[in-house]
Write a protein that binds this ligand. Sequence first.
Ligand SMILES: [Zn+2]
Length: 256
Amino acid sequence: MEIIITIYLAILGSVIGSFLGCMGYRIPNKIKTTYPSSFCSSCKKPLKWYMNIPIISYIVQRGRCAYCKEKIGVIYFICEVLGFVLFALNYILFKFNLEFFVSTIISCVLIVTIVSDFKYYYISDRVIIISAMLILLSYFIFLDSSEIITRVASAVILFLVMFGIKILGNSMFNRESLGDGDIKLMAVIGLSLGLFNSFVSLFYASVVGLIFSIITIKKNKEGIIPFGPFLLIGALIVIYTNNIVGPFLAELFSIE
Ligand SMILES: [Zn+2]
């Protein structure tokens, strides 16, 4: 039974990943999320159902539009694969516990943000609000009210801290240091992880972001690295490694 649920969630994840990747393109370009149905972004022709099968269509069509043969961004394929892998992984690790819902919501935000932030330097408020509401909803099911209040307070504190860092950074470097989207995203991460773990996730995000910027240094002529996806990857690393690294960190910083 476990294996059937895992496969089902993986397939569902690839479908949702495909949809979210598409949203990551539509929201910054101000295209309605429900209409028109999927179309090729270069020739604008609507896609037939068999051109729209997650993962498989991209491989069969060798990454090109079936009509105009224009390349489809590999980023959309990555979204589908990420949905497939993360949904399955979240279930294997957490079954249907609270962590499953939190990590899956964060995974979904990651997939939209990979497209919207990498391609358009845009993090959608709508995505932030919907994800925060979904996380709160799962808290109402799994947590008692005092824990919910702690998490909400963590979100507010992180938002304020990041906002403070932004103001400080702007005045020190005389340019935009942190995007507003990153700050709002950090509030969602605060809500998901609590205060201490959010700072741990910020550390992971910086390491992964640094490695990424070193690898892509030749390609990246503008020198702008969108930080949103890395914040979310940092949060996922914390959720995935918390059982192993958590007790060690708690002892290191003597947190009960
Ligand atoms: Zn086309």
